[in-house]
Design a protein around this ligand. Sequence first.
Ligand SMILES: C[S@@+](CC[C@H](N)C(=O)[O-])C[C@H]1O[C@@H](n2cnc3c(N)ncnc32)[C@H](O)[C@@H]1O
Length: 230
Amino acid sequence: MTALKFEDQELPDLDNYATLAEQFVPGRRAIFAIVEASFLELLPKGPARILVVGAGGGEEILRLGPDNPGWSFVGVDTHRPMVDLALRRLDGTPAGSRSQVEETAVENLEQRDFDAATCILTAHFVPDDGAKLAFFKAIHARMKPGAPLAIFDGTGVPGEPETELLRRIWKRHAVRNGAAEEAAKANAEAFKKVAVVSSERQEDLLRSAGFERLTPIFRGLSVMGWLAFA
Ligand SMILES: C[S@@+](CC[C@H](N)C(=O)[O-])C[C@H]1O[C@@H](n2cnc3c(N)ncnc32)[C@H](O)[C@@H]1O
């Protein structure tokens, strides 16, 4: 089965992406608060360059930037409309002047030596046919040794009872959280085709890419988050 790309989903209105993400992703706000707290704990005071992989929409920069004037951001995303949405949302904001967001694959990014990185709800669109490992290696190669990556993805094994149960709850949660019934149904159908892997496989791939000290920091239904150190 071909893995579903982000842009293959039927998103009715991309400008509405931030609202939809809040409706669908359990604990969406908590994810950014946890990432910010993690980096505050782990990064020395002072300037830090943060790589944002899958920066489309701009949410990471808008959430992590304002209270941390020493942090600057380099965002990459492969889908032009999501890059444009990020640029529009960041324009004129305090964090906007400390950020760049480019339409490129992380594999093609020339900048290196990042102090930290995020990869939020993005790697699960990269198929586990060698591409996901290459993607993790490309992130690792651009970070300073020991730098923290905060990574969040859907997890699971399609067809397994626990995964399927969590998906049914996911759909009901979205509707309880304000999503339209039809949109929740379409999202649940689309997500059956996303390249999610089990949490064990995700950890194996991250370790194979060179990351160490994998530390789970979040779980909301099937979305899991880790810190991993380069
Ligand atoms: C669900 S959105 C998440 C965006 C953002 N991280 C957030 O949480 O709001 C997934 C993003 O990943 C991007 N994406 C998918 N595959 C990618 C890849 N291989 N490299 C970079 N970005 C990718 C998509 O274009 C999309 O903007």
